[in-house]
Each structure stands twice: as C-alpha cells, then as structure tokens.
Design a protein. Structure first.
Length: 291
C-alpha cells in the first residue's frame, strides 16, 4: 500500500498484492520523476525484461536499472527500476529485514522466492473486513486512505449485513466487525509503545483520533516521511521512543511531547522495560525520559 515496504506472510503477499496494484499504477503514472520518461517507452516490454532478470537472480535496484538501460539507453535507469518495482510483485531478500541486521536491498520476484500462489486472490470485500478488524471502527474515507483505493463505499454497502454501524462524535457513520471490542470511552487505554512506521498513524482519514495535528507535524518533520516509534498515552501519541545500543546492552530514550504525570511516567517506563526484557533479553533495562 502507498508504494512502501510491508512485512506480510507469504500467503498474504500473493493474495494482497493484486488488490493494491491500481494504487501503484496510479502512483507510477503520475510520478513527477518517472511518469514522463516511462510514457515514452513500452512499459510492458520493460516489465517483461525486468521479470526475466529478477526471476533469475536477486538484484539491487541500481543493478536492475543498469541492466534495463542496456535495452532502453534513452530512459533514466532509475525510472526503469521504478517501473519494475511498481509493476512487478517483488520481495526484499535477506539479510535485509532480519531482526537488528541490515544490508543492501536486493529484490527478486515473489514467485521466484515463494513459488506459485496457492488459492485465490483475496477479494476486496475480505480485505475491507480485515482492515476493520485491525483499525475499526472506520469510515469509508478511512478505508480509502489506508489502501489508496477508491469507490470502497460500494464495498461497504455490499458488506452491510456483515458489519455494524456506529456514529462518531461528529455524527459520521463508522463501520466495524460485529465481535470487535469497543470499550466505553471512560475506560482508560494502557500505555503502549508503537513501532516506527506503524500503520495506526496512517490508517485513517481523520488522524486526530490517534494524534493531534500539532504532534503530527512534529512527528513527520523528518526527511522522506521517516518517523520514529511513538508512545501512546490513553490512546493518543504523547511522545516518541528510540532504542540506543543493541542486543543485551540496549536501552531506551523517550521524548514526551506533553507533560506526563508521575503515575503515567511510571507506566511509560514499565512498558519500555517490558520491551527491553522480552525483545532483547536485557537483564537490567534502562529507560530514560528526556525533555
């Protein structure tokens, strides 16, 4: 979704990818950088050539562009590589994406890495139900913001008998799955540490249900949309967190956006300790709170 990298199961990789292809098509076609260069070439031929290359070997984006440029020398290699990335289902191969390790991005096709898909592609109705299970209650606008797809109002209408409708505080119709937990608003939400790039901050048209406009501007002020892990206090972003060091020597630095009461500070520290102990097996976890 939105042309970024997602970690999914092998089965979901096959089943979800085709549903979001219209979004990727639109992004490539309207790209200020790649749209015009690719309009001058046979993109289908470019993709076919890229598939042959990436079926045979895992290549970096630079290598993909350079090899394709041998056949299309008048087109920027970066645009050729972007056509492959947007129009072919690809995976990043290890050591990229391994826990606490990094490495140069190398791509291969989904079928080369995972084999041929088993079962049918996921129907868009089921995708919406799964979205609601994760992020509901949600409006049609929320569904479309998360997926990048349009005309999901028609899907919501088809699903009417399977969903429940609730009203937001401003009277907007929200959809949810029947057995979802919907706690009373007076019940406090526990402190939680949200991972960097987590979809909870990107999955609604009205993001003030999770983060205020003021805090969102502060959070997204980094380069290229990069944002750190966030601290949720009573369900809303109240600061950021980051790890310092690695493995058993890791510690955590928390930067609050708001003044936290003593009891709430204790809860933030306790949640940080829990992450350090369970994910990194830190014997003596250290969580620092800074202004």
């Amino acid at each position: 979704m939105r042309g970024t990298i997602h970690l999914v199961t092998a089965n979901d990789c096959h089943r979800l990818r085709a549903l979001v292809q219209p979004t990727l098509d639109r992004m490539l076609r309207t790209s200020a950088t790649h749209g015009r260069p690719l309009a001058a070439v046979d993109v289908t031929a470019v993709v076919d050539a890229a598939k042959q290359l990436l079926d045979a070997d895992a290549l970096t984006p630079g290598e993909v562009g350079a090899r394709l440029a041998e056949q299309w020398p008048d087109t920027p290699p970066g645009s050729l590589a972007e056509a492959a990335r947007s129009l072919l289902p690809l995976v990043q191969v290890p050591p990229r994406a391994l826990w606490q390790r990094s490495g140069q991005v190398r791509l291969t096709t989904v079928t080369a890495w995972l084999g041929k898909p088993r079962g049918k592609p996921l129907a868009i109705d089921e995708m919406v139900v799964r979205y609601l299970a994760a992020f509901g209650p949600a409006s049609v606008a929320d569904m479309q913001t998360w997926s990048g797809l349009s005309r999901l109002g028609e899907v919501a209408e088809r699903l009417d008998a399977r969903l429940v409708k609730v009203k937001s505080q401003d009277g907007q119709t929200l959809y949810d799955i029947p057995d979802a937990r919907r706690p009373h608003p007076d019940i406090p939400a526990p402190v939680r540490l949200v991972a960097p790039f987590d979809n909870i901050l990107l999955s609604h048209a009205d993001r003030t249900r999770v983060i205020s406009d003021e805090h969102r501007k502060r959070l997204f002020s980094g380069k290229n949309g990069v944002f750190p892990g966030t601290v949720l206090v009573d369900g809303f972003v109240a600061g950021t967190w980051e790890l310092l060091g690695k493995d058993e020597s890791a510690s955590m630095l928390v930067r609050p956006y708001v003044a936290l009461r003593r009891g709430m500070l204790d809860d933030v520290v306790a949640e940080g300790n829990r992450l350090l102990e369970r994910a990194f097996e830190v014997a003596d976890p250290q969580v620092a709170i800074t202004d």
